[in-house]
Design a protein around this ligand. Structure first.
Ligand SMILES: [Zn+2]
Ligand SMILES: [Zn+2]
Length: 147
């Protein structure tokens, strides 16, 4: 599955961790070395769109994540048909099971940052420098000149 970092670059999933029956944490890292953001996204089952007639009782139908794959409750692998971005941090994934035909929605949401992006740190440092008094800025300048 495709995951994007907040900087717009692609992110790779290093591993996944099952939180409960319906949700999984995905540990992601941005592929852009200039960014280096590592974060956790959560993926959870939202609802079914189409329940195959063979599935009874339908209430028990769901999906989970095994490794980096979405797996239907029937045990077969499901494919992501469409990704619908709801906001910068939340996306609905429309999935279809290759085995039973179960169609469902998984929701992926940004959970938290593990190590901040270099872009964020840079913006923070610049904001910090802009907010200090001229004398502090002068000291800082002298300190930086040593490098
Ligand atoms: Zn990034
Ligand atoms: Zn299935």
């Amino acid at each position: 599955m495709r995951i994007e970092c907040q900087c717009g670059s692609r992110a790779v999933i290093s591993r996944s961790k099952k939180e409960d029956d319906a949700s999984v944490s995905l540990f992601c890292s941005c592929i852009d070395p200039e960014c280096g953001h590592t974060f956790v996204s959560s993926l959870s089952f939202k609802h079914s769109l189409f329940v195959p007639a063979s599935a009874t009782p339908s209430a028990s139908l769901g999906a989970s994540v095994v490794g980096k794959r979405i797996v239907c409750s029937c045990g077969e692998r499901a494919c992501i048909q469409k990704t619908n971005r709801l906001s910068a941090n939340v996306a609905d994934l429309y999935c279809e099971c290759s085995g039973c035909g179960h169609r469902f929605v998984m929701v992926r949401a940004f959970s938290h940052t593990l190590s901040p992006s270099a872009h964020t740190t840079e913006a923070l440092a610049l904001a910090l420098i802009r907010s200090v008094t001229p004398s502090v800025r002068k000291t800082l300048h002298e300190q930086l000149a040593l490098f």
